[in-house]
Design a protein around this ligand. Sequence first.
Ligand SMILES: Cc1cc2nc3c(=O)[nH]c(=O)nc-3n(C[C@H](O)[C@H](O)[C@H](O)COP(=O)(O)OP(=O)(O)OC[C@H]3O[C@@H](n4cnc5c(N)ncnc54)[C@H](O)[C@@H]3O)c2cc1C
Length: 185
Amino acid sequence: MKKYDAVIIGSGQAGVPLAKKIAHKGLKVAIIESKLIGGTCVNYGCTPTKAMVASARVMHVANTADEVGVIVKGVSVNLKSVVRRKNKIVQHSRSGTENVLLTTKNLDVIYGEASFLSNKLVKIALADGTEKIITGDKIFINTGARPAIPKINGLDEIDYLDSTSNGIRRGARTFIGYWSKLYSA
Ligand SMILES: Cc1cc2nc3c(=O)[nH]c(=O)nc-3n(C[C@H](O)[C@H](O)[C@H](O)COP(=O)(O)OP(=O)(O)OC[C@H]3O[C@@H](n4cnc5c(N)ncnc54)[C@H](O)[C@@H]3O)c2cc1C
């Protein structure tokens, strides 16, 4: 069983800089991620929403250009391009973060879902179906948050949107997953 000075569960906004900082001190670090490196902000939150808001902003400026004496004709949105641009920015940001982690000395990136066997033993269900158990002097839980789905009668039976999940849930469509699927190139 491999022993680390620090084990960080989750590669979001806190996990990544913390992992780098500890590794740069010469201590041995493992960072575990069950989904996408970068977490919510990079993959579902800050980055994709602001990329799409930027497109909306340009549309707004074009639509209100006549207020400042500029005539813009024939403005329309190509949502496929908007989503493609957003995906490219997200991918660039995620792979940049991943490359930094993978090339940082003293730092192991482990792809899998972590759970505790005891307060110092972490089991990781790896993507290939196998398991790995590691231990660390210090263990940091940076598993972020998830949208809370309110208990509303019938909600499970209809399509609904939430802020972060990327795909279809229980017959429900989510905002980013829904539009990405519809307009992905
Ligand atoms: C739509 C949206 C827009 C947002 N826009 C902004 C913005 O403009 N500006 C801003 O400051 N904030 C914004 N936020 C908030 C921001 O995304 C979060 O505050 C931030 O991502 C939280 O970081 P975190 O590291 O705590 O968690 P996360 O980024 O959620 O990272 C947690 C990571 O842990 C992983 N994980 C969870 N459980 C396990 C496990 N058992 N084993 C292994 N890995 C696990 C998850 O897969 C995830 O990658 C936005 C959020 C949303 C949803």
